[in-house]
Structures are given as C-alpha cells and as structure tokens.
Design a protein around this ligand. Structure first.
Ligand code: FDA
Length: 309
C-alpha cells in the first residue's frame, strides 16, 4: 500500500508555493543542518575533510535540480568545477568524488546541453584525480540519463550511474550495466512513481533490490550498495561473501546525517563506506525526499516548528 504521508511530501517536493513557505520558515534551517553540510563550498570541503579523516569516502552533491534557465545550469557547472579544484587542493581526492543531477545542468532544457556541462565536470574531475556519479531522478529522465552516461563513458569510463530498485525496468538495466569497470550505485528510489513503472510496496521494492544486487554482483563491475536498511546491508554482506568478492571491489554508501554509527562500523570492518554529502542553498527538494522516507523526520521537523515558531 502506498503511504499517504510519503505521497503528500513527494507531491509537495515539486510544489512551488509549499517550497516558498518551507524555505522561509526559520526552523527549516535546524532540520536542514542535519542532512546538509552547509550552503558554501567551504562547508562542503570542511565536512568532506572531517569524514575522510574518519576513514570514510565521500560523494559531494551541489544541491539543485529541475533547472529551467541556461544561466543557472552554467553556474551549477562552474560550482562543481570550483568544488573539484578545492577538493584536489585539499588532498581530498580520490576519497572525495562528486554526484551530479543532470536536471541541475540543463537536462530539461536540452539533453545535449546537459551532456556538455557534465563533460566539463568530468574533465575537472579527471584533472582532480577523482570520479563523478550521475544521480538518477524521476523515471521520465531514466533513458536520457543512461544515454548521457553512455556518451560520457566513451571518454571517462569511470563515470558512475544510479539505478533505482523500485523501477520495474531496473533488474534488466543492472544486467546491462554490470560490465567491466562499470560503477553502479543501487538505491531503492526516492521519487513518487506510478504503479505502471514502479513497485509500490516496501516488500516488492526490497525483493527487487536483492535481485538487482545479485545481477550487479555476478558481473565484473563495481557495485555501490546505497541503503540504510539494516536488513539489506546484512543480505548484501552475505551475498558479497558468497560471490567471493574482495573488499574494495564494491562499496557501501549512505546519506550524510543518516545512521552515522553504522557508517563508522562498516568502515571499521574494512569496507569502503562512502557518505553522500549535499551542500548549497537549494536544499528544498532534497529535504522533502528525506522527510518522505521516514515519518520520524516529520515529527522532528514539527517539533522544531513548535519550539522555535
Ligand atoms: P528505507 O527507506 O527502507 O530505510 C531503512 C532505514 O534507514 C530506516 O528504517 C531508517 O532507520 C533509516 N533511514 C532511511 N532513510 C532515512 C531518513 N531520511 N532519515 C532517517 N533515517 C532514515 N534516490 C534516487 O532516487 N536517486 C538517487 O540518485 C539517489 N542517490 C542516493 C545516494 C545514496 C548514497 C543513498 C544512500 C541514497 C540515494 N537515494 C537516491 C535515496 C534512496 O533511493 C532512498 O530513498 C533512501 O536511501 C532510503 O532508502 P533506504 O534504502 O535507506 O531504505
């Protein structure tokens, strides 16, 4: 059964009026701080340095999505180029890489513009000796994102993709992408999707996640297991052992601010553990998806509203 609260929050995540109210509520900042490193590139570099010093790998996301202006897509691209230079100057690469949403660099305006901007980011990443992973957004963008990925991989074979286990197509996509050197982040999926394209129940999504993970682990690629779900982390650990994979030939990934102790535990066990760290002003869509994932986060948000409002 689809969860009505999740449905409402994911609908709100794309509503401009709600966005205005939430962005200007002073309490939002407290909630945001839990999931977002800060607004400036200095914040991103500082948090990345702390995590890397603690034995974790990092993927930084300059927040923003659904750009409808060419200038905005260009400024996002420049922000990534600056970030990558700063990470290299701080000796944080290759432990720190970047994650990019193609909709933030012009995908909705023109796919070829997004490709050019992503190429500029990949060129900066190569100069900084690190990698780029393309985030995956709603299902209407999946084919376009995979096509940009294929183009980028001609010159930058280390560009990573994200596949979402809730989509019915994803098991087949995992088989296609489970090739030599192919970096694939497998997550459950964070958008509101119709039944025609996506599994709706938790148990169907979890079962799909396991089938997809098996497909990735069977191939010679580099699976990136992105989940906070304790059951899936256990199953992944068992499957990794069963397939005889060496540590370092796959990695775990979690979001900044979510299960930090578990992140440290996996790293202490010798696993590569990468933390996805968002930063920047445009935190609204990201925050709403995090609230939708867990009702307790909404309670946390409302409690802050009651005490500070
Ligand atoms: P699930 O939602 O079942 O959560 C399992 C447990 O984890 C919860 O019981 C709770 O303990 C904890 N938890 C999970 N979410 C929490 C939250 N928000 N706050 C507090 N606790 C929480 N999606 C997408 O569509 N495109 C993408 O590109 C990415 N990229 C991405 C990168 C990385 C590194 C991660 C970890 C995740 C993504 N996602 C994503 C998000 C992903 O699709 C999914 O929405 C979240 O990871 C939540 O799903 P879980 O697998 O954690 O399980």
């Amino acid at each position: 059964m689809p969860n009505p609260l999740r449905f409402a929050l994911l609908t709100a995540s794309r509503n401009r009026a709600v966005r205005k109210v939430v962005e200007h509520a002073p309490v939002s900042r407290n909630v945001v701080r839990r999931f977002v490193a800060g607004t400036a590139v200095d914040d991103a570099v500082r948090v990345a340095a702390e995590l890397v010093a603690g034995g974790l790998a990092v993927s930084l996301d300059h927040l923003g999505e659904d750009t409808t202006e060419v200038g905005h897509a260009e400024s996002t691209t420049k922000a990534y180029v600056t970030l990558l230079r700063r990470l290299a100057e701080g000796d944080l690469t290759p432990a720190a890489e970047v994650s990019v949403k193609l909709s933030a660099v012009g995908q909705a305006l023109d796919e070829s513009m997004a490709l050019d901007n992503a190429r500029a980011i990949c060129t900066a990443a190569a100069a900084a000796n690190t990698t780029v992973t393309l985030d995956m957004e709603d299902h209407t963008t999946t084919d376009s994102t995979l096509s940009v990925l294929r183009e980028l991989r001609r010159d930058f074979p280390w560009v990573g993709a994200v596949l979402q286990a809730y989509l019915r197509r994803t098991e087949a996509d995992c088989r296609d992408l489970a090739t030599e050197g192919s970096r694939v982040r497998l997550c459950k999926g964070a958008y509101r999707e119709p039944e025609s394209v996506a599994f709706q129940s938790r148990s169907d999504v979890d079962k799909s996640y396991i089938r997809c993970l098996k497909a990735l682990l069977r191939g010679p690629g580099y699976p990136m297991i992105a989940t906070h779900d304790p059951r899936l982390v256990d199953i992944a650990t068992t499957l990794v052992k069963r397939t005889g994979r060496a540590k370092g030939s796959y990695e775990f990934q979690m979001l900044y601010g979510i299960r930090p102790n578990e992140q440290m535990r996996l790293a202490a066990d010798g696993e590569t553990m990468r933390v996805y760290v968002p930063y920047g002003d445009e935190w609204y869509g990201y925050l709403m998806r995090r609230l939708a994932e867990r009702p307790a986060n909404v309670t946390f948000f409302l409690r802050s509203l009651a005490t500070k409002g």
